[in-house]
Design a protein around this ligand. Sequence first.
Ligand code: ATP
Ligand code: MN
Length: 465
Amino acid sequence: MKMTLIKDMLRLRAESQEVCVRGWVRTKRDLKNLVFIDVNDGSCFHNIQCTFDRESGLKADIENELNKVSTGASVEIKGKLVPSPASGQAVEVAANEITVIGEAPVDVYPLQKKRHSFEFLREIAHLRARTNTFGAVARVGNKLAFGVHEFFQKNGFHYVHAPIITTSDAEGAGSMFQVTTLDMEALSKSGKPVDYTKDFFGKPSFLTVSGQLEAETYATALSRVYTFGPTFRAENSNTTRHLAEFWMIEPEAAFYHLEDNMDLAEDFLKFLFEKVLKESAEDLNFFEAHVQKGIIETLESLVKSKFVHLTYTDAVKELEKNKDAFEFKPFWGCDLQSEHEKFLTEKVIGGPVIVTDYPKEIKAFYMKQNDDGKTVRAMDVLVPRLGEIIGGSEREERYDVLEQRIKELGMNPKDYWWYMDLRRFGTVPHSGFGLGFERLILYVTGMTNIRDVIPYPRAVGQADF
Ligand code: ATP
Ligand code: MN
């Protein structure tokens, strides 16, 4: 018999064809003459109901198998696909055969309740994909990842892999994980200074915080590229929006100015939202009903909206008018805090807003300087409920200006010789941005903690599984 996934079975017209259901039991109800077993195989949100009718003369050994069935058990059930009298499902299986492949004893299998807290489920991350919520998160994540490629491929962007181990710090800031094969324990006992020439790469090396600098090298050859890979930040922040290991999507495009970059970010987000609204409706309906009321309407209105553009200077003016609303008092030159970002997008604009032209002091060295000598061509896309979802900029393509800025920041231009080369040879204006993949899933599903939208969250003190 052909292997059929439940999502395809549910779409078949019931014409009494034989089917074979394979999956994990969600619920079993044993009534006098009828036993109902709901099976899920993760192929879609819905279960398929398998009904055993004792009056139809089931084989003797079936009762034995039925006795072994409990929530979580893996089963193979054979029977006929028939129209379902129950509401909410067009078809069900009139079952006549069942094999319990693996039992899940009630007294020890942890997923018994209809709803478990997300905190509890975080401790059993290896089993939580078997719940409605985490199954739905995984399917929506899959849809979005595919959509990312679809969008860029349609728009002439080439997919490139940036290295994961690097010796440069893209943001010019700390918070990197060091990579070493040196024996730290022996070294600390010896009391000698670390000799990095003896390390694997012959110098200190780290896990990347961004693939941008490398993406720029390919954008200045292939015009439009994007990376989509893991990035690492040793941020000691215990927030619901930060992970130590997350996946980032970073398009980079030659001949794009900030305005083009803003349009790209807007089109990109709208494309993804539209795609999940269309193609993940079942899962979204679940999030709407059980996780975040209004999420579907939010996404729909976002697709129709026009993202507002606001300069940092104007944004700060707005914030200063509402000083009392904040823990951190806003002033020109301050880094926008999450509370400021949320206020801007939720209260001032009431929708997505792209804040541009930030003070150069609070942004990375590679951002293009404006003529005012104070601000750079940066852009952050802020959305209600989340704050920053995308951060990007036009890059400084003028050799002298970039070199000057690197020196001003006390960095060594020699460390960036290859990055400088892009400005020495055939330089062009170019721009790009970074979208945190898990922030995107967070936004689309209405989930509230970023640790619940990545299969295995890595955060301070949390890397076990
Ligand atoms: P934030 O201010 O929210 O900490 P950032 O300004 O440090 O973010 P960028 O360096 O601009 O972030 O990175 C680009 C994008 O990557 C962000 O807009 C966000 O979507 C995502 N991102 C950044 N840091 C993290 C993190 N620790 N965990 C998950 N996603 C992140
Ligand atoms: Mn940012």
